[in-house]
Design a protein around this ligand. Structure first.
Ligand code: COA
Length: 243
């Protein structure tokens, strides 16, 4: 298996280290390099990391043994890039840092990242491309929808349900059995006691939820539609780093 990290700056370089930490003694696993759409990084990244950029997300020729992992920390971009690469035949690998705890009963989808000291409790279900950053936690029976991102030290307590493409800022907390609707953002340090409607921004303790850009009342916009971020803005669909 040749692992390719999508996005070569910021979190992408951290993720490269997680791959090394997780697989340095695994026979047959090699880190092949980064995919990144910024040609300006071609020289500097190899100098900084010892690993080169093997191509960009549109033109790279995918090989049978390649497995991809997306570093970007924006749920909308994670989805757009995952779909772009999947359409071209890419397959994805999940990376679990050796210091993380993952309960044997947890289910982990493809393309997930479970960072250092993260905790995944009993009967948790992580759907594809979820990112749990360092020291974040999902309590027992939590379900996390695809492309969702937990910033460092954020937590979803037991029985909570996070729908697709949720963003939790650092130290955000979802209290037990609460549901967060698709594409919502929970601000750093917010404590959520009540269900959050889809496409909301929740801030403060106790958290209050506001529609993101008024888009909550626009059902014609498909949640997480490729090419738009969780605030409904157009995305630049080039990968110029991650996180
Ligand atoms: C969740 C978060 C990212 C949302 O911020 P954002 O991306 O700027 O959100 P939007 O651009 O969609 O802003 C929507 C509106 O909410 C406001 N807003 C954003 N965060 C806010 C907060 N914490 N409290 C009050 N209002 C806030 C914005 O100013 C904006 O208002 P406007 O439309 O009148 O200009 C931000 O609050 C946050 O928590 N940032 C920290 C992220 C973090 O922990 N990163 C770690 C990565 S490793």
């Amino acid at each position: 298996m040749d692992v390719i990290v999508v996005g070569a700056s910021g979190f992408g370089r951290e993720l490269l280290q997680y791959v090394h930490d997780a697989h340095k003694n695994t026979p047959g696993v090699h880190v092949k390099g980064f995919l990144d759409d910024d040609p300006a990084k071609l020289d500097s990244i190899r100098k900084a990391t010892g690993v080169g950029i093997v191509g960009d997300t549109l033109a790279y020729t995918i090989k049978e043994q390649d497995r991809f992992i997306i570093s970007l920390g924006d749920p909308g971009l994670r989805r757009a890039l995952a779909e772009r690469l999947a359409r071209r035949g890419a397959r994805f690998v999940s990376i679990i840092h050796p210091t993380a705890y993952v309960a044997p009963t947890a289910r982990i989808g493809d393309g997930c990242i479970i960072g250092p000291f993260a905790n995944v409790g009993s009967y948790v279900h992580l759907e594809d491309h979820v990112l749990l950053n360092l020291y974040s936690a999902a309590g027992h029976d939590v379900r996390i929808g695809p492309y969702s991102v937990f910033s460092p030290y954020s937590v979803a307590n037991g029985g909570s349900q996070l729908d697709e493409s949720i963003f939790l800022g650092t130290h955000a907390a979802i209290t037990p059995n609460v549901r967060v609707g698709a594409e919502s953002k929970i601000a750093a340090g917010a404590v959520v006691y009540r269900d959050v409607p889809k496409r909301s921004l929740a801030t403060g303790n106790p958290a209050r939820a506001f529609p993101l850009d008024g888009a909550a009342s626009s059902p014609q916009v498909e949640p997480g539609a490729p090419g738009r971020n969780s605030a409904g803005r157009d995305l630049e669909l080039t990968v110029r780093g991650g996180g």
